[in-house]
Design a binder for this molecule. Structure first.
Ligand SMILES: Nc1ncnc2c1ncn2[C@@H]1O[C@H](COP(=O)(O)OP(=O)(O)OP(=O)(O)O)[C@@H](O)[C@H]1O
Ligand SMILES: [Mg+2]
Length: 262
């Protein structure tokens, strides 16, 4: 078969297979291979490697968009010297994503500004890099959406959607109390995810205060029982990072331990 026919067919088949990156660099690599006397397998390896890495990057970008993080925060930027109550070994272990593999939960408790949301987003981004689907949501927003779905008769579908993520991050439990419908909806979600997929929870309230948050100690106990069965708790005790600079500048008085109850 004439060389140019083969050439056209390779390009055409690559398009049909959707190997767009490999196809776009094919001509360059044909010349490079001739110049550098590369073997066929080396050229193929390079083309496929480029294709795979571009697809991976694009999948990561898509998963980050889907996750809906309010802002991007990275674990590498978290200053452990400032937040001494977090054990580096525990954080390193969390970063391996073993807890997501093992469908375990992570609960981060602490006063405002100690870094709960920062760590939750940082771990969420690492989970995405490790190939997991992630969704970040504020607890009040999640309840509002579930209530709306229930009103429209779509609760089943909503629960299914929230349940499909390998890692769900529910931020800010405790800032706003739940009414009894909210507590019931929350319980249904937790029951669905129990031993099935990981959830990260952040809260400014200690476990002993969750009864008040859910407005009913019985439902709070049932929720905690499921959440804590396979879980890791990080009690973050310390000053708010938000106030760090103000304190440094002498604009804020030194506070007492704010979360001694945790
Ligand atoms: N140890 C830290 N190192 C670097 N930045 C930090 C640290 N702790 C917190 N921050 C930063 O301080 C700000 C507040 O942190 P974050 O939002 O995570 O607090 P939070 O515990 O979620 O507070 P809240 O309960 O009010 O939501 C963020 O900009 C975060 O990136
Ligand atoms: Mg927060």
């Amino acid at each position: 078969m004439a060389d140019n026919l083969v050439y056209e067919r390779v390009h055409g088949n690559m398009q049909i297979l959707g190997l767009n990156t490999a196809e776009s660099i094919l001509d360059n690599w044909i010349s490079t291979a001739a110049e550098k006397e590369m073997s066929m397998i080396e050229v193929l390896d390079h083309l496929l490697d480029q294709e795979v890495s571009i697809r991976r990057e694009s999948a990561i970008r898509t998963r980050i968009k889907v996750a809906g993080f309010p802002v991007k925060k990275y674990i590498k930027d978290f200053d452990l010297k400032f937040q001494k109550s977090i054990d580096k070994k525990v954080l390193d272990e969390l970063c391996t994503m073993r807890f997501v593999h093992n469908q375990e939960n992570l609960i981060m408790l602490g006063a405002p500004g100690v870094g709960k949301t920062h760590l939750a987003i940082g771990l969420g981004l690492l989970a995405i890099e490790a190939g997991f689907s992630v969704y970040f949501i504020n607890s009040a927003d999640m309840i509002a959406r579930m209530k709306m779905a229930a009103q429209r008769g779509n609760l089943g579908r909503k629960l299914k959607t929230l349940n499909k993520y390998k890692l769900l991050i529910i931020d800010e439990i405790g800032y706003l109390p739940f009414d009894s419908e909210a507590s019931n909806l929350f319980f249904r979600l937790i029951s669905k995810r129990y031993e099935h997929a990981s959830t990260i929870f952040t809260s400014n309230k200690s476990y002993s205060e969750w009864g008040e948050v859910f407005g009913d100690p019985v439902i709070a106990t049932a929720i905690l029982d499921r959440i804590l069965h396979h879980s890791i708790t990080l009690n973050i005790k310390g000053d708010s990072y938000r106030l760090k600079k103000r304190k440094k500048a002498g604009l804020f008085p030194k506070t007492k331990e704010v979360n001694s109850k945790l």
